[in-house]
Design a protein around this ligand. Structure first.
Ligand code: PMP
Length: 362
């Protein structure tokens, strides 16, 4: 553990220690170039290798076929909320949004600025405790696309199984669970995710887009907001966030070196189980926000049975070196974000702390 804290931040969040150490080692003189990655020209062969390797690694880890382009853009998930409708929402069509939390709402509001949108399903009436069942999701064959948020960072819910939308493009915001488990990429026309939870530092946004979507996309929008421009230029149309892409590539190497996606999935399941067990075995001392069958393996949201105790829990946890356990300001309570790089030991320590806090305060 050393000087490293138990980091349960919701994003930006923990990065693998070995990746940080490698970056530190390579910082001053990157692979014999006499400069850091940050100082390399983005047109240099040395940088290009970093860039292409990161793309190739993501393709391999997520089993992304040649039918798709992998892009690195900027502006975070929030810019994708606008880029998606700007590119794909035509005046004669509607876009269907499945509402599972605050980020779905943001995506929906942004799309409203560009065209006709409607809600294909929503769990707002329950304060977003669950993911709607597949037969609750209503959309039209003529829709421009169906949009969903695969993991709800604030409410702590996650899709288990995705709707089949046939010929209607399915678009997913996977900001908070990308690369946390295997995903059938070919169900989706477009996937986007800010890197700052599972993939690397903030500043890089990954877009995985099916090539036929590039043909459909609107060309009368600002150049930087056209997916096609980034695809045509291998995400080097302008200066990309080079250091972030380098770190993202190193995080992907770390995934590979620690057993690949299957091992990672298993670790994520084990980590979440430690904390959900502490909740479920507490006889109501702790209780989850999410319905059990919609629970997220990434953001574990829970409450302590009364408000005073909850304050005490958060204050004592902080003293014990647990960082980032306060729930999002819009919902309160507690949230442990156990993204890919959060070690098993951190989750073990948190579950033990939860048990001993309960014993001391029951
Ligand atoms: N979507 C989800 C699911 C998120 O969790 C977040 C940020 N926490 C965003 C979108 C917004 O991303 P960004 O801050 O990169 O714009």
């Amino acid at each position: 553990q050393g000087t490293r804290t138990y980091n349960f931040n919701a994003g930006p969040s923990a990065l693998p220690l070995t990746v940080l150490e490698k970056a530190q080692q390579e910082l001053i003189d990157f692979r014999g170039s006499g400069m850091s990655v940050m100082e390399l020209s983005h047109r240099s062969a040395t940088y290009e290798e970093v860039h292409n390797q990161a793309i190739a690694n993501l393709r391999k880890l997520m089993s992304i076929s040649d039918e798709y382009e992998v892009l690195f853009v900027q502006g975070g998930g929030s810019t994708q909320f606008a880029m998606v409708p700007m590119n794909f929402l035509t005046p004669e069509k509607k876009a269907a949004y499945i509402m599972t939390g605050a980020w779905s709402e943001k995506a929906f509001s942004e799309a409203k600025l560009f065209g006709q949108v409607y809600q294909a399903a929503s769990s707002k009436d329950s304060n977003y405790r669950y993911i709607p069942s597949l037969d609750e999701v209503k959309f039209e064959a003529s829709d421009a696309y169906v949009h969903l948020t695969s993991n709800n960072t604030i409410f702590g819910t996650q899709w288990r199984e995705f709707p089949n939308t046939g010929d209607v493009p399915l678009i997913a915001d996977m900001s908070s669970d990308i690369l946390s488990k295997p995903i059938a990429v070919n169900k989706f026309a477009l996937i986007y995710a800010g890197a700052q939870k599972n993939l690397g530092p903030s500043g890089v946004t990954v877009v995985i887009i099916r090539k036929d979507m590039l043909e459909l996309a609107n060309k009368n929008i600002p150049t930087m907001l056209q997916y096609g421009i980034h695809a045509k230029n291998n995400s080097l149309y302008n200066t990309p966030p080079t250091f972030g892409i380098y770190l993202l590539g190193e995080v992907l190497n770390w995934v590979e070196e620690t057993g690949g996606l299957d091992a990672l999935t298993k670790r994520n399941e084990e980590k979440a189980k430690l904390i959900y067990d502490a909740i479920d075995q507490s006889n109501g001392f702790y209780y989850g926000h999410a319905d059990v069958n919609s629970r997220s393996l990434m953001n574990l949201t829970f409450r302590v049975k009364d408000e005073e105790l909850e304050k005490k829990f958060l204050a004592e946890a902080k003293k014990e070196g647990f960082v980032g356990l306060n729930g999002h300001r819009s919902v309160g309570g507690c949230r442990a974000s156990a993204y890919n790089a959060v070690p098993y030991e951190a989750c073990k320590a948190l579950s033990q702390f939860m048990v001993s806090f309960q014993q001391a305060n029951s």
